[in-house]
Design a binder for this molecule. Structure first.
Ligand SMILES: C[S@@+](CC[C@H](N)C(=O)[O-])C[C@H]1O[C@@H](n2cnc3c(N)ncnc32)[C@H](O)[C@@H]1O
Length: 284
């Protein structure tokens, strides 16, 4: 683990509640209605997510209040709601939120979804959460170290004292070391459409430059194929820098399963048991 450094030096000049328009938001608006083609059936059902977080979920009370703050099309929020948790889902992309609401309505599940960037979370929620998820390599959309800290501050501000933040990230060290550019995924069959997803990665020489991924969905029909493609931009960071920024944002205890050889890792960060929450809004 890296050494601890003072929080003050990491907190950006921008107040945590400042709205940030991310490039990623526009990119995901267009992608929302096709996004489910990326998931396997097991991921789409939420089973993989619930198993992966079984330990942290077991430590919560049965009706714990959980925020899925990069909810995308809502797959993981809905899986948590089916388990009986009191769930809210937020995302900066209006398209993703619309798709999440549509999926909740299809199942008759009452999950509130709201468009909200991470830095704006304290303005949106008055009652704090037991657990906040930032899942699916979402944090890699922050463009600068300052934006990461402002986002983590936003997540921390909506947690109860002793609350938990769970972040899932790509292992950027491994991805940039290996530079595998073409990553085909297994064929998906959804609502009669056969789709072959392919990730095309670009790795510029410098870490701090935008990393563009082209997600290509190749659709196979009876006599022809056609494709749709979506650009997604990421800003890689070192694992150890994420840990430092979590501490800078006020998280006391930071654990992870980071491993040089693994493609992804999870970070579990806890707020201090005695930390005082000052919600800025009195919304439910
Ligand atoms: C890779 S997707 C992951 C979605 C979902 N968690 C999953 O695992 O499928 C990243 C999501 O983060 C959202 N996002 C990016 N920047 C954000 C921000 N600053 N605040 C809130 N959401 C953001 C995007 O709109 C997108 O839905």
């Amino acid at each position: 683990m890296p050494g601890d450094i003072g929080a003050a030096s990491l907190v950006p000049e921008v107040e945590a509640e400042t709205t940030m328009n991310t490039v990623a938001t526009d990119e995901y608006d267009a992608f929302a209605s096709d996004y489910h083609f990326l998931y396997s059936d097991r991921v789409l059902s939420g089973a993989r997510f619930l198993e992966g977080y079984a330990e942290v979920l077991q430590s919560l009370p049965p009706r714990a209040r959980i925020l899925d703050c990069a909810c995308g099309i809502g797959v993981h929020s809905l899986a948590l709601a089916r388990r009986g948790y009191d769930v809210r889902g937020t995302d900066a992309s209006a398209g993703m939120i619309a798709e999440a609401r549509r999926r909740a309505a299809l199942e008759g599940l009452e999950v509130e979804f709201a468009r909200c960037s991470w830095a704006d979370l304290p303005k949106t929620f008055g009652r704090p959460f037991d657990l906040v998820f930032c899942y699916g390599n979402a944090i890699g959309h922050c463009r600068t170290p300052e934006e990461i800290v402002a986002s983590l501050c936003g997540m921390r501000a909506v947690l109860k004292p002793g609350g938990v933040l769970a972040i899932d990230s790509l292992n950027w060290e491994k991805a940039r070391r290996e530079r595998v550019r073409f990553c085909p995924m297994p064929m998906r069959v959804r609502d009669g459409s056969r789709c072959l997803p392919l990730y095309v990665w670009n790795f510029p020489p410098r870490w701090q430059d935008p990393h563009l991924i082209e997600v290509v969905l190749l659709f196979q029909e009876e006599t022809r194929t056609h494709h749709r493609s979506y650009p997604i931009t990421y800003y890689p960071f070192h694992y150890q820098d994420l840990v430092i920024r979590l501490r800078g944002a006020g998280f006391q205890e930071v654990q992870s399963d980071f491993d040089d050889a693994k493609d992804n890792y999870t970070v579990i960060a806890r707020t201090d048991n005695n930390s005082v929450q000052e919600p800025r809004a009195q919304r439910p």
